[in-house]
Each structure stands twice: as structure tokens, then as C-alpha cells.
Design a protein around this ligand. Structure first.
Ligand SMILES: [Zn+2]
Length: 469
């Protein structure tokens, strides 16, 4: 190395900054063993026999969980400082950049035009998996991709059984509604579908995954095991999918005592990690409804409650490379005889309910179209969808548990009051001159949702709220 430090070119500095810690560790020949999303190797700052230096490629960071107090950071340049000099020191920056380039097999360029070549093999660069998605694709592309997806997927036996026995649907209706199972190997389907289209960029549910060796990317599908329920517009065109998941995702809710900045995260579905000021203070497996007390040096500083997310989620790929967030929309459920486009059905009376599967079941019993909103806070979507059908009357069939939420409001977080939603519907539809009935039923009669009511052979009672006829 030169005794006098030459000024590095901007290009070389930017290159070294772009190198992932994981790639540099591989270039240095460090033995790496994989644990979850991290890799572990022997710490080179303190001497040890059990690897405690963790490297997280996805976050481009490293941290010693062993005896070191400050070994850790982000990016290849600081990693190199610890590797060569055992410390982080700003003044070592140019030398660390040269070393990173050398090990990665890249030429160092200096501001004066001179350079220094590396005699090591040039290593491929990590493709950074980005948390940034793309804009939503054209609706024609989205619809065509979803048609292709429906063609290719099938319905697993366990899901067929659920629809047959618990939802009491017939095989004909199940076929007509085109329910599908989320596949075990989603990337195979994503690959086949990507062969048919120029790109899947911006189609909710699809995204690019980075290969394990970081050498490239491939198309993938987000989601988890469950039933895919097509969400259709008034023409029967599939606009998206709701996924009824087998095991709802877990998420942590922190209840800190006093001023303790705790950060909790669940990875791989069930591994909870809790950090306090960037220090890992808890790691373990959890299940839904667990309550984990968190201690620092024997003192309880709070707890983490593990909650289950919704059973129904959208097929979406936000915050994923070339993925896109679904724009929530209404679902129009026609009775089977009026499928797929509803052109043969009388739309003068339309039911309004929450959830597409519920709407599908309901319309089969009523013989009327049902327009569904995805969640109470998105009631206006059902208003928008229902108005497309130009009804004379709508029937509000909002679930029993939603109504009950008003009573139990303190216990529930972030649930919109059903009463307020009903008032909003009444204001919106009456302004359009549409008559309104309210469907009510006895929730104690084993029928929480209106679908349960129909499946139990019961019917709701209708109460007229506003009559324009
Ligand atoms: Zn260490």
C-alpha cells in the first residue's frame, strides 16, 4: 500500500459503498453458517470458538453478539475496518475502500487518473432486494395475468372440503366461482405466467425475488397457504384476490413500561426478536395470544403481546421489488345462474355486506346481487360498487360481530364503529334516491355472519329505513 494516501475517485468510493457486507465476507473467505435470515461467522475482533458475528445480507449489516461491545455496523467499508484494524475509525476510510475493492476484485481508480488493479477474481455484486415497489400495472394486464393464474392453479382437497362442508357449496358453484388454492411452489407459477407476458411488474401479488447466491432475480408470488377468492367487478372481471389464510400472520404489539424504546419484529412466521437501542434483548418462538415479558438486566421493562392478523388478506406485493400494492376494491357477487357478468339478472335490489366469500354465499340464497366491501373502514367501496348496478333499493346486511363491536369498543383496537358505517351508508344512498332496508337477525341463534344465518336455514328480518318508492 502507498505510504501517502492518494485521493480516491468518486466512482471507486461509490462502488465500495455499494458492496454488501455478505459479499465481502464471502470474498474474505469467512466461513458462514445460515440461521434464519442471518449468517454467522467467528468474530475477528474478539477471539472465540463459537461464531457470534451475525451478518444480515438483506439489511446489509453486521453485529457481534459475543464479547464485543461495539463491533457492528452497516456496509462493507465499516466491516472492512473491523476486519483489518479491529475498530471503526473515520480516518481509515480511504484505506478500507481500497481493501474492499481489492478483495472484491475491482480496480481502484484515483482522482489523479492513476489506478491500482486487483489480482483477485472479480466477484459478482449482491442484488439488493429493495423494499420499494412499482406503480400499479395497467388494469388490462392485471386482469389478463389473473385470468392466467386462475387457469393454472387448482383447488386442494382440504380447501374443496372446506367449501363443500363448512360453506355448503356444490361442486358446480365452486367451479363457477373459480376458487383456487395458493400453490405450494408459487415461483413455478410465477415463472410460467411471466413467460406469457412481457412483464409482471406492478401486478399485485407478483414480485421479483433475489436468487440465494445474489446472482440474479426471478419472478415470484407473495402469499401463503389458503383459499384464493376472486374479487370481481360488475362485469365479472377479476380485479384481485382475497386470500383466506390457513394460519394468520402474527404481529407484535409492544407495551413498554416507562421510557424504553423497544423494537419488536417477527421473522420466519413465528420468531420474535426484541431490540432495545439496537441491542438484541430477546429472541424466541411465539404463537398467537402469547404475552412475553421483556427484561433488561433483571428489570421488567414491558411486554410484547402477540396478535394474529386477519384471516382474510389481499394478494398484494407492496414493498417488494417490481411488486405493487393492491388497490382495495368492491366485489360484486352474482347468484350462480347469473354468472359471470350478471347481464341476465334484475339489479333493482342489491345486498351490501362485508367480505367477498360471504357475498358469494349470500347471493346464492337471495338470488340477488351482493356488493361486498373488504372491511368496515372501506364501506364507501360498496357504495361505489352498488351504484354501478343502478339499484332502486339496497339492503344493508352488516355482520353481528361488527354491530357488537360497538358495545365492546374498548376491547377492540382500530375497528370502525358499525353504527357509524350504517349511518354513512344511509346518508350516501339516500342522497342518490336509493331506498334502504336494514337486515337484522338474532346473532345468538348460532349465526354470527349473514352467511352463517343462511347456511343454518334461517333468514334475516328486513326493516325499512328509507323508502323512496
Ligand atoms: Zn466480537
Amino acid at each position: 500500500m502507498d505510504s501517502e494516501q492518494k485521493i480516491l475517485s468518486e466512482e471507486t468510493v461509490n462502488f465500495a459503498k455499494s458492496v454488501n457486507v455478505f459479499d465481502l465476507a464471502k470474498a474474505l473467505g469467512l466461513p458462514l453458517s445460515k440461521t434464519g435470515r442471518s449468517y454467522f461467522t467467528n468474530c475477528f475482533v474478539h477471539s472465540e470458538k463459537t461464531p457470534s458475528l451475525s451478518i444480515e445480507p438483506g439489511k446489509n449489516r453486521f453485529h457481534c453478539f459475543g464479547q464485543c461491545t461495539d463491533t457492528g455496523g452497516t456496509g462493507a467499508i465499516s466491516f472492512m475496518m473491523y476486519y483489518r484494524w479491529g475498530k471503526f475509525d473515520e480516518s481509515l476510510f480511504p484505506k478500507a475502500v481500497e481493501e474492499v475493492c481489492y478483495y472484491m476484485g475491482y480496480t481502484v481508480n484515483y482522482a489523479d487518473g492513476s489506478d491500482r488493479k486487483s489480482d483477485r477474481p472479480t466477484r459478482p455484486l449482491f442484488v439488493q432486494s429493495q423494499r420499494e415497489d412499482s406503480p400499479l400495472a395497467e388494469i388490462q394486464l392485471v386482469a389478463a395475468v389473473y385470468r392466467s393464474l386462475i387457469d393454472k392453479l387448482s383447488l386442494k382437497k382440504e380447501h374443496l372440503d372446506h367449501l363443500l362442508h363448512e360453506r355448503k357449496m356444490t361442486t358446480d358453484v365452486i367451479r363457477l366461482r373459480q376458487y383456487r388454492s395458493y400453490p405450494d411452489k408459487p415461483y413455478l407459477f410465477a415463472r410460467d405466467i411471466s413467460d406469457e407476458f412481457t412483464t409482471l411488474e406492478g401486478v399485485p401479488g407478483f414480485y421479483e425475488s433475489v436468487k440465494k447466491d445474489s446472482s440474479g432475480v426471478y419472478w415470484n408470488m407473495s402469499g401463503t397457504n389458503g383459499i384464493l377468492i376472486p374479487v370481481r367487478n360488475e362485469y365479472g372481471v377479476v380485479q384481485g384476490f382475497q386470500l383466506r389464510v390457513e394460519s394468520p400472520m402474527l404481529h407484535p404489539v409492544i407495551e413498554a413500561i416507562g421510557e424504553h424504546p423497544l423494537k419488536a419484529e417477527i421473522s420466519d412466521g413465528y420468531v420474535l426478536t426484541v431490540h432495545y437501542k439496537k441491542r438484541l434483548i430477546y429472541s424466541g418462538k411465539v404463537t398467537g395470544n402469547d404475552q412475553i415479558p421483556i427484561q433488561i438486566a433483571g428489570e421488567t421493562v414491558g411486554k410484547v403481546r402477540i396478535k394474529k392478523r386477519n384471516k382474510y388478506i389481499w394478494l398484494s406485493s407492496n414493498e417488494k421489488r417490481k411488486g405493487s400494492k393492491i388497490v382495495p376494491t368492491y366485489h360484486v357477487a352474482y347468484p350462480p345462474e347469473a354468472m359471470p357478468d350478471g347481464s341476465t339478472i334484475d339489479c333493482s335490489v342489491v345486498d351490501i355486506t362485508e367480505g367477498p366469500l360471504k357475498g358469494d354465499i349470500m347471493s346464492e340464497f337471495t338470488g340477488r346481487p351482493a356488493v361486498c366491501f373488504p372491511g368496515l373502514s372501506q364501506w364507501m367501496l360498496a357504495f361505489e360498487g352498488a351504484m354501478k348496478l343502478q339499484p332502486k333499493k339496497v339492503i344493508l346486511a352488516i355482520d353481528g360481530d361488527a354491530i357488537r363491536t360497538v358495545v365492546n369498543k374498548d376491547k377492540e383496537d382500530e375497528r370502525v364503529e358499525a353504527g357509524e358505517v350504517i349511518r354513512s351508508f344511509i346518508r350516501a344512498f339516500s342522497a342518490e334516491g336509493v331506498s334502504i332496508d336494514l337486515a337484522l337477525w338474532d346473532i345468538a341463534s348460532s349465526a354470527k355472519g349473514i352467511d352463517d344465518l343462511y347456511l343454518a336455514g334461517l333468514r334475516p328480518q328486513y326493516f325499512s329505513i328509507i323508502d323512496f318508492s
